[in-house]
Write a new protein. Structure first.
Length: 212
């Protein structure tokens, strides 16, 4: 099973035609050691994403423990961003983020955010990874949404209905919040809350209610 299988099975009409950058792999649980070895590849992707019209880059975590539970995925997300902060001065994590505040990570001048797919997500979740034991982080540059914005707006309701029809409803508010930090980890149930991965400790993740 690979991320390509997720793309084949997703209901998102844009996924199959996406133009992806070179995939990267973290083979062990030592994210802090392995991720910096991909510094050049990550920088090259974000530097060329706009000009080459790239829609994303997939980072595969092969250690099956990293996404086995929602708590472990939450901790992985925090470790990932903290490592990026050490690698790139343009990446930072807000101390007390709010869903309505604007935040984004930036590498080589390209804004981006992260969407995770992991074994902890059940079949009814839009983040379901179709039986793969691995965890995947999809790094999406802002430029891809700028290119596809008109089509996304036109198909938004149809996409929502398609997911709901097959029993995988998702909270549209999560996709539309200004603060991209909140999009990285999707809750399982209930879906109408955000996961505060930046507050994750050694043993637990902290969910926070949606503002308003």
């Amino acid at each position: 099973m690979s991320f390509e299988e997720i793309v084949k099975n997703t209901l998102c009409p844009f996924a199959r035609s996406s133009k992806m950058g070179p995939p990267l792999t973290i083979a062990t649980g030592d994210v802090e050691r392995e991720l910096p070895t991909h510094r050049t590849a990550l920088a090259d992707f974000f530097r060329t994403a706009r000009a080459e019209e790239l829609d994303g880059m997939v980072l595969t975590f092969e250690d099956t423990a990293l996404g086995a539970t929602l708590d472990s995925l939450t901790r992985l997300t925090k470790r990932f961003f903290e490592t990026l902060c050490a690698m790139y001065p343009s990446v930072y994590v807000q101390d007390s983020p709010d869903p309505d505040e604007t935040w984004y990570a930036m590498i080589e001048g390209e804004r981006f955010f992260v969407v995770s797919f992991a074994p902890c997500y059940p079949e009814h979740s839009p983040r379901f990874n179709h039986g793969s034991p691995h965890t995947y982080f999809l790094l999406q540059p802002a430029s891809t949404f700028e290119r596809h914005a008109p089509a996304i707006d036109k198909r938004r309701e149809r996409i929502h209905r398609a997911f709901t029809t097959v029993g995988r409803p998702y909270d549209a508010t999560l996709a539309n919040v200004e603060n991209d930090m909140f999009k990285s980890v999707m809750p399982i149930s209930p879906i109408d809350r955000h996961i505060a991965w930046w507050e994750a400790g050694a043993d637990e993740a902290v969910p926070v209610k949606r503002a308003g």
